[in-house]
Design a protein around this ligand. Structure first.
Ligand code: CA
Length: 231
């Protein structure tokens, strides 16, 4: 499941360069060239990159409208003016971050990643009787109420997957969240850590099926409603 980004920008060259960089980084991108298009496309997006100067509306008004509608989708503003008042106004209207033109598309991608990490999906607690849990503060993991010893990477993988039982995390998403930028981690490395985590969780009594492999996509914590056998 790739994350979806809405780029709202009426200048085609800028919209295309941002979209190109995001797609190269495996985001799914939709471009809207007007506020009206943006209103239509915003549902289901994971993040909006929004130019403040649109032909039919100001970006400020669009942010305010989205927030009034209760949309919590994070918004990164593209501002052509290096003006502190604009940035403050955008943030006060409900934007999450801003990039000042001229920018490099890579910079926008980096901001998108940072904001998505920051506003990480709300944590969904596992079912009450779920056999695996983590204590994030003390960095301890428990299987059927007995502590299991995990490596740093195994713990972070488990904590990430447990944020959203049932949701599939791609290897790229796990690399991004567990190792962060700047590490050359291969899919095979992820697989080997997951394998070892699965063994420890299984040995602890939770059964290896708790961490599911979704072939061709990634991994998830099994949710009761949607059981699948492990690989
Ligand atoms: Ca514009």
């Amino acid at each position: 499941m790739t994350q979806r980004i809405l780029v709202v920008e009426d200048e085609p060259a800028i919209a295309e360069s941002v979209a190109y960089a995001l797609r190269r980084d495996h985001f799914t991108v939709t471009i809207a060239s007007t506020a009206r298009d943006a209103e239509r496309e915003v549902a289901g997006m994971d993040l909006v990159v929004l130019d403040l100067m649109l032909p039919d509306s100001s970006g400020f008004d669009l942010i305010a409208e989205f927030r009034e509608r209760g949309l919590k989708t994070p918004i990164i503003v593209l501002s052509s003016r290096d003006d502190e008042a604009d940035r403050v106004a955008a943030l006060e209207a409900g934007a999450d971050d801003y990039v000042t033109k001229p920018f490099s598309p890579r910079e926008v991608v980096a901001r998108v990643r940072a904001v998505l990490r920051r506003v990480e999906m709300p944590v969904t607690p596992p079912p009450r009787d779920f056999p695996v849990r983590v204590d994030l503060g003390e960095r301890r993991a428990f299987v059927v109420d007995r502590e299991v010893e995990l490596t740093r990477v195994e713990f972070d993988l488990l904590a990430c997957l447990l944020q959203r039982p049932g949701r599939v995390f791609t290897r790229a998403q796990l690399i991004d969240r567990v190792w962060g930028d700047g590490y050359a981690i291969t899919d095979r490395t992820v697989d080997s850590h997951v394998k070892s985590l699965r063994r420890k969780v299984g040995d602890g009594g939770a059964g290896p099926a708790v961490i599911e492999t979704v072939r061709g996509v990634g991994f998830r914590i099994a949710s009761d409603s949607d059981p699948e056998p492990p690989e």
